[in-house]
Each structure stands twice: as C-alpha cells, then as structure tokens.
Design a protein around this ligand. Structure first.
Ligand code: SAH
Length: 358
C-alpha cells in the first residue's frame, strides 16, 4: 500500500483516498461516498450505510481514528460535554463542546500540554508534552460533532496548548475545517498568548479566521507576572502584530482578559486598558472578553465577583471599547478555560448558564 504509514481517518487527504480505493479495485464513486460521510454528513464511518459493510470494515482497519476516548463528561443540562482522549502514543488531549440554542462551539487543543507557563493556567502549570498533528486537531471537532445533536458551527483554539507554537499543524487544521468540514473561516478563532512571529505569519494567510489575543494586563510589568512570554514579546510588539492580522482580514480582534481579584481587576487597570486599546489602530477595532479567573490548583488567585466584573467592563464600554463579561461554562466539570488539565468527577450541582451576559 502506498499511502502514508500511520495515516488516520481524518488525516487522509482526498487524493490519498482515491489512491487507496483504486488499489482496492473499488469503483471510483466510493471515494465520493466515503468523503461525503466523513466530512459532509459528518457521521461516524460505522454509520455510513451507503457503503457495503465489508468496505466499511476494511476502511476502519486501514484508517484508524487517532484518538481513543478516555473519559467523557456531560453537564446535567446536556449542553456542555468534555472529552479526555488518548493518542496512539499515550498523550492526552482534551476538548469541550458547548451548545446553546443558536450555536455549537468546540474548544479544541493544539498541543498536549503547553510550554508557555502562564501562571494561572492549569495546562501551563503542568508543562509541555508534545505537539498535536493536524489529524489529531481536526478529529477533536469531528468527534464532538458526532456527539452533538446540533451542527457544530464554531471552533475555538482555546483548549490545551499554544496554537502558534505548533503553527503548521494548526494552520493545516484550519484549512481542513474550512475546506473539508465546511466551517466558515470567520467562525474559527485562533487564540494566542502573543507569539509574534506566528501572528506575522497569520497575517499572510488568506482565510478570514478570527484572532484572539490573551492580554490579561494593560502594562508589561503586570503582564510579565502572569504571562512569562511577555519578556520575549512585550505588549507593544504583540499589539503591533495584531494590527497586521486585523488589516489582512478586516476582522475585529478579541482581547482576552482573565480577571483576577486584586491583581488586574481595578478601575485603574480598566482605564489603562482602555487607553491602550483606544490607541490601537487595528481595523475593526478591539473587543475585550473579560473572563473571570477559573480556579486552578497551582495558582492562589480568585475571580472578582460579578458586580466587580461588570463595573470593569462598563468602564471599558464608557471609554469606547467593546467589552463582554464571559460567563464561565463547564467549571463544574473542570471544562472551563485554563482548567482542562484538572481532574474530577461531575458533581451534582447545576451547570452555569451558557449566555455571555454583560
Ligand atoms: N495558548 C492560547 C490558547 C489557550 S488558553 C492562549 O493563551 O490564548 C485560552 C484562554 O483561556 C486564554 O486567554 C487563557 O489565558 C485563558 N485561561 C487560561 N487559564 C485560565 C484560567 N484559569 N481562568 C480563566 N482563563 C484562563
């Protein structure tokens, strides 16, 4: 067989599938049927009943999945599901499906672990294991789709890992999610801690994906205590690279701000952030997502109360900066931002609401 060694079900390209089907002396139209089931109908291969059973079995053996389910947890309302998968070499990968009446979003991992070491992030606390391959990244979305009663519409690269530290595999996954799975590029959000060379490369790409930048502080002195990478790429450089990306695609950039009580949540921080972003010349402007800190084992900080978060966001709004307070989702199954390495059973408490209410 001449297809790549170790090629997986969502890693095989269409030309490779054509070759495989030809080698097996199957009629050419089978290529369309297989492709249609995997990418257009988004159904598991076993359910592709348009294909003869023997062919399905043969395909399943030749093209294994790249992820084995280790655990799957769903909130009592059925709207949030978290998976922990194991790769063929034993690395752990996590993703979260978040549904609401209007959309279904999958939050996916780009690396097993992360080398960025942001102090408040569970993945950062645990360290780096390895990069994920394109197939392992794409398969997270497909597997979440198989479990979702709604069509998956949005993908955010906000699970484990720094997407731009694994640039090639991540960009290929964007191309496959767009080209093969048919997701709108605008609904694909790449979140970065500010890897400037990667951001410059993103500005050269032609798909109009959405960029999110994890800022968390309005000045370098504070930011470097939360985000070690700030020593390499300080705020001014990160913002400058974000201008490039915004200009390339005419898309508004989102700035993430994990709000930590007594650390970065005061009025003076909001004012400094507003000054910084008002002066930022990116096309489409800036949007700030204020995320209440999710608790992690290795960081002593905690989230401000809702009132304080609202005051912070309103202060930004009044200064002309769009801001949203994100309501945490999946905290009860350790599936919230920065918690994906945490472990624990599903408690009986009701889940948080899915709205992003200011
Ligand atoms: N490495 C990328 C993407 C992964 S994290 C990045 O840094 O953007 C996705 C978002 O969750 C980031 O904004 C990250 O800072 C935030 N996050 C991490 N840990 C968190 C925590 N404990 N509470 C709230 N947000 C957190």
């Amino acid at each position: 067989m001449s297809i790549r060694n170790g090629v997986t079900r969502y890693g095989i390209t269409r030309p490779e599938l054509e070759e495989l089907i030809a080698e097996w002396d199957e009629p050419r139209f089978r290529v369309d049927q297989v492709w249609d089931a995997l990418w257009r109908q988004r159904i598991p291969l076993e359910d592709a009943t348009a294909l003869p059973k023997a062919l399905r079995t043969r395909l399943a053996e030749a093209l294994p999945l790249s992820l084995d389910v280790h655990t799957e947890q769903t909130t009592p309302d059925g709207m949030t599901t978290k998976w922990l998968w194991t790769t063929s070499d034993g690395a752990q990968v996590e993703a979260v499906l978040m549904r609401s009446p209007s959309r279904a979003t999958v939050c996916i991992s780009s690396q097993a672990g992360c080398a960025m070491a942001c102090t408040f992030c569970a993945t950062g606390q645990a360290g780096f294991e390895r990069h994920l391959g394109t197939d392992e990244i794409v398969e997270q979305v497909v597997r979440a789709q198989h479990a979702s009663p709604q069509r998956v519409s949005n993908v955010v690269y906000m699970g484990m890992g720094e997407p731009l530290a694994n640039y090639d595999a991540v960009w290929s996954s964007v191309e496959r999610l767009h080209g093969d799975l048919g997701l709108s590029a605008r609904h694909l959000t790449i979140s970065t801690v500010g890897v400037v060379p990667g951001m410059r490369r993103l500005a050269q790409e032609d798909l109009p994906f959405t960029l999110a930048v994890s800022l968390h502080a309005p000045d370098d002195d504070l930011r470097r205590t939360l985000v070690p990478l700030n020593d390499r790429y300080p705020i001014a450089e990160v913002l400058d690279a974000a201008v490039d990306v915004a200009g390339a695609h005419g898309r508004r950039v989102t700035f993430e701000y994990a709000s930590i009580e007594g650390v970065n949540d005061e009025i003076r921080h909001a004012d400094a952030l507003a000054r910084l972003l008002r002066a930022w010349p990116g096309v489409g402007g800036a949007h700030v997502n204020v995320i209440p800190l999710n608790p992690t084992a290795g960081f002593p900080g905690r989230a401000p109360n809702r009132q304080r978060l609202r005051v912070f966001a309103r202060r930004l709004e009044n200064a002309g900066i769009h801001a949203t307070v994100r309501r945490p989702r999946g905290v009860d199954i350790d599936a919230a931002c920065g918690q994906l390495r945490a472990r624990g059973p599903i408690p009986a408490t009701p889940p948080t609401s899915d709205t992003m209410a200011p």
